[in-house]
Design a protein around this ligand. Structure first.
Ligand code: NAD
Length: 373
């Protein structure tokens, strides 16, 4: 955010409803929607036209630096609908068998994978082999080994790999990170992350071990894992975890209902987190340092995110997370911009190493050491 004019443009582009906030509190990193932008545009195809793919497509309507130009789907009727809804030409439509041919399509720069978790690994590697940049939803894969294979494949193909960590561009989140880096909370001692909701339909892929890779931890608990890292500003060196299952008929073997987990950080801070598919109203981050605290609730939903610190309420404007994320992803891919919090494949693999460790700790009851480097 450079000028008040940029700020007003952001307000206009994001349908922000808050009164004009004083500019002094705005983090420099907040993304500007540059109304008069005429630079390069990232041309994106979305793979998997479900709930989240649709949300991203709708949010991209407001993007200036990224444009939805193609689709990959196994359902012909969805392709037709999306073609008319988003103006997608026939030559940019593929299915899961044909999409390797995207290699010969000069009008697509990147593929955004929004399919179930268990499909990300193979699909991302095929996209990389087709020479296109990969944007992949979280969790990027089912485990760290798979994630690393995706990173290696993208490196080999010379394409970028980004993970859909939308909170990394959220203004209140960025402000807390700025304050923590500036020492405004003092030495960080504690983080709490509570993430959960009551999962519905028992037949959905999120409750299928093969497609989901686990249960709540893969889907929603990953926000507390990732959040603890960017809030504390260090990588955890140990993990402990405990799993509880109150409804075994709903949650099969390997599909976690509720997991509590704890991290230790090299500087002495500890984190205490809970991930669940059995409770609503759990969306809270709390960071405590020797001089101050920060609190976000809701902390990772689509917003508006609400937050306060020991210095008062955070009044940063609500932005549509997916619009800002795609503007930033375009800058990262096309212009080599370095984000405040990484969103690359290596960042995704770190979360997967922690997930592997949490499942191991819950299974063995032992403290698991971590080396994330
Ligand atoms: P969804 O079920 O709404 O959509 C999944 C899409 O994949 C559907 O269109 C479905 O037809 C398609 N698909 C292709 N092959 C499939 C198969 N073998 N089985 C089932 N579906 C198949 O799911 P969603 O909520 O859109 O989630 C998709 C991905 O996006 C997941 O990785 C999820 O974790 C992620 N996600 C991220 C966020 C976020 O805020 N970043 C939010 C929601 C979902």
């Amino acid at each position: 955010m450079n000028t008040r004019r940029d700020f007003l443009q952001l307000l206009a582009a994001s349908a922000i409803t808050l009164p004009l906030a004083p500019l002094s509190g705005l983090a420099n990193e907040v993304k500007i929607i540059e109304e008069n932008y005429d630079g390069p545009v990232l041309r994106v195809a979305i793979m998997g036209l479900g709930g989240y793919g649709t949300r991203v497509a709708d949010a991209m309507r407001d993007c200036k630096k990224a444009k939805l130009v193609g689709v990959i789907s196994g359902t012909p009727s969805k392709i037709t609908n999306w073609q008319s809804k988003y103006g997608i030409p026939e030559k940019n439509c593929y299915n899961y068998e044909s999409f390797d041919a995207i290699k010969n399509n000069p009008d697509i720069d990147a593929v955004y994978i929004t399919t179930p978790n268990g499909l990300h690994h193979d699909q991302a590697i095929r996209v990389a082999k087709a020479g296109k940049h990969v944007i992949c939803e979280k969790p990027m894969a089912l485990n760290a080994k798979e994630g690393q294979e995706m990173v290696d494949a993208c490196k080999k193909a010379g394409v970028k790999l980004l993970v859909g960590y939308r909170m990394h561009f959220e203004p209140k989140t960025l402000e807390i990170i700025r304050m923590r880096k500036a020492g405004e909370f003092g030495k960080i001692m504690f983080f709490q992350g509570l993430c959960g909701f009551n999962i519905g339909d028992p037949k959905q892929w999120r409750l299928n071990k093969q497609l989901a890779g686990g249960g709540s931890l893969m889907d929603i608990g990953i926000y507390a894992i990732n959040g603890s890292r960017y809030m504390v500003g260090e990588e955890p060196v140990w993990v402990t975890a405990q799993e509880t299952k109150t409804q075994p008929e709903r949650f099969a073997e390997g599909v976690d209902e509720t997991i509590q987990f704890q991290f230790g950080f090299p500087g002495g801070a500890v984190a205490s987190c809970l991930s669940t598919y059995a409770m609503n109203n759990l969306d809270r981050f709390f960071l405590n340092g020797e001089k101050g605290f920060a609190e976000l609730q809701p902390s990772t939903g689509y917003g508006p995110i609400k937050g306060r610190t020991n210095k008062g309420e955070l009044t940063h404007p609500h932005v549509t997370h997916q619009t800002v994320q795609m503007e930033e992803f375009s800058d990262i891919i096309l212009n080599g911009k370095v984000p405040v919090v990484p969103v690359d494949g290596e960042e995704g693999v770190k979360d997967l190493k922690i997930i592997d460790a949490i499942y191991l700790a819950a299974k063995t009851g032992k403290k698991v050491a971590l080396k994330l480097g």
